[in-house]
Design a protein around this ligand. Sequence first.
Ligand SMILES: [Zn+2]
Length: 411
Amino acid sequence: MVWTSEGDVWRLRLRLDAGEELTGTVTDAHRVELSTDTCHVRLPAGSPSGPQAVHPDLLALAAWTVAAPWTRRRVVFDRPISAELAAAFESGWGIDAGPVGEGERPAGARLAISYSGGADSAAVAAMLPDAPLVHFRRVSHPRVPNRWTHYRSDVLAALAEQTGRDVTPVESDLEFLLRHPRPGYPEHHAVMIGVILLAGARDFGGVALGYEIGSRWLGGGRYVHRYTPDNPMWSGHGPWGRLFAAAGLPLVLPVGGISEAMTMRYALGSELRDQVRWCLRGDNAGPCGRCGKCLYKELIQAAVERRPMRTTITADRPVARKWQQPPPYGGQEMIEYGCAHVPGIEDTPFARAAQYLQATPGSTAWLERCYPPAVEEIPVPWRDTIASIMAREFGFMDAGDVKRVESWGGR
Ligand SMILES: [Zn+2]
């Protein structure tokens, strides 16, 4: 893998070994197909440039967030990495990474936030008012046509800017490396590519993300309905957690112990309220109100606000189809919470799901408190700060709640 830089632009070229195929597998087991072999990352003006400007472990980590799905047995970087990073490749993936010969990257002191502008990352930003935000913005690829023009990354970038915080925008076309299923991050971790490349210059010693209890502990996202203490993407002791730590940039999940309903309640109660945007399609006037994400998040918001849903989407629409089927569902804990708390759920696209789930305020009360092991997983420099916010805003789960988490998806 070769990095070159010119001014503020860093370019990455991948070359597959014999035996490696265009079809790859993401850490979450999703299948992806490679469309092209180069991508670029544009850092803000005045950022580090040139071969000596970024520690080789950071360059290797950044490249790995892009190349991991297609790499089978070995990876060769264009400059030596540390023995510590090579050991993390070996223990995490069984990958022979090298050459080895650089010293370890000294850990930085500051916590950066990988900020998307959705409710989860806005909650993290509101909890850590002094932490700088780094916002990943998709731009088009010179050789791959963009058939996804409805994705308004320009709107999301403008909203991030409007927070008034220390925001660093980073532009990249790396999502267009995926031909199948659609443009997107090769690994979920690629969203942090800008944080990684800037870590040395900005003294970053950790990167905070908005992954909440569903994504971290309940098998959320593409996983469904399973307790996941060893989540390979986000656990501190998983392959990614150890690789980031080896590069002096441990992953930090400040809201890993609370549910999406709680991150939404916190974000919408914060000074970032007007900049929160989970819809990727809406324009400057607001969210689109028609996509699947808008429907799902409206259920959660209505539940948080204990009011009927405001939506024109009906059960026969394609975006509502999955809620007419029996569970399990992705994000099922939030469907249960929504069905338990939204008045008139029987008149919404979630009526069938509510019948299947039979959730009540009592059966979903655990989703309003914090799961203690999530705080224990936060690296020491930031743990006490997060622990006191969790105690003050949500309270911690008792033994019965903890059992709910740890038996999630069981029979
Ligand atoms: Zn929408």
